[in-house]
Design a binder for this molecule. Sequence first.
Ligand code: ADP
Ligand code: MG
Length: 240
Amino acid sequence: MIQFAAVNKYYGDFHVLKDINLKIEKGEVVVVIGPSGSGKSTMLRCINRLESITDGKLTINNTEVNDKKTDINQLRRNIGMVFQHFNLYPHKTVLENITIAPIMVLKQTKEEAEKTAMYFLEKVGIPDKANSYPSQLSGGQQQRVAIARGLAMKPDIMLFDEPTSALDPEMIGEVLDVMKALAKEGMTMVVVTHEMGFAKEVADRIIFMDHGQILEQAKPAEFYANPKEERARLFLSRIL
Ligand code: ADP
Ligand code: MG
C-alpha cells in the first residue's frame, strides 16, 4: 500500500532522509520511533506530500506520490493525518470540524456528513460533545475529535505524528484506546509514538530511525527485548 524505494530528501544542503526503503502492506500497523530530529515527521509528511522527496520513488497503491500527473487532492483524501497539536479549527464546533472536509471535498450533503460525523464521534466516545467548541474540551477529547475528523473522510491510511505527546498523562490512555480499536479493525496505520504499550499490543513492526536512516525494523516484542543496533539500545535506555 505504501512503498518507499531508495527515497532521499534534502532540506537545502541538509540530508534529512537517507535511502529510505520501506514497504507497508494493507492493514499493517507500523510504529516509527527514534530520537528527535531523526526524520520521523518528515517521512510521514512525504506520504501525503506535505513534503516532497528529492529522489527515489514513493508510491501509494501504485500511484507515484511525486508524479506531476498524480491528483494530489485525490491522494490526500485517502490519507488521514493526526498531529501532536490536534489542529482543530477553534471557531468551529466539533461537528463542523468533522463535517467541513466531507462537505467541501467529498461533496456530501450536510445531513449525510453530520450522520457520518456522529457515527465516528460515537466511535471515539464523545457524541455528547458534537456542539461544543474545541476550547471546551480536554486535550484527550480534542485529539479524539481530530481522529474522528480523519476517519470521516473514510481514508485507507491513517498517519499519526506523536498523537499523545502533547497530552496530560491521564488522557493518553483514552486516545491510545481509540487507536488500538482502529488498528484491530484493520486500518493501515503509520504511527510515530514512543508509547511502548501501544506498540507491543497492536504494532506489526517497529521502525527505528536515526539521522535520517532506518536503522532497524523488527517485531515489537523482539525489538524491545533485544534491539540489534547499538543506537537503538541507547535510545531505549533513555526513554524507558
Ligand atoms: P523528527 O520528527 O524525527 O523529530 P523531523 O522530520 O521533524 O524529525 O526533522 C528532521 C530534521 O530536519 C531536523 O533536524 C529538523 O530540524 C529538520 N527540518 C525539519 N523540517 C525542516 C524544514 N522545513 N526545513 C529545514 N529543516 C527542517
Ligand atoms: Mg517529529
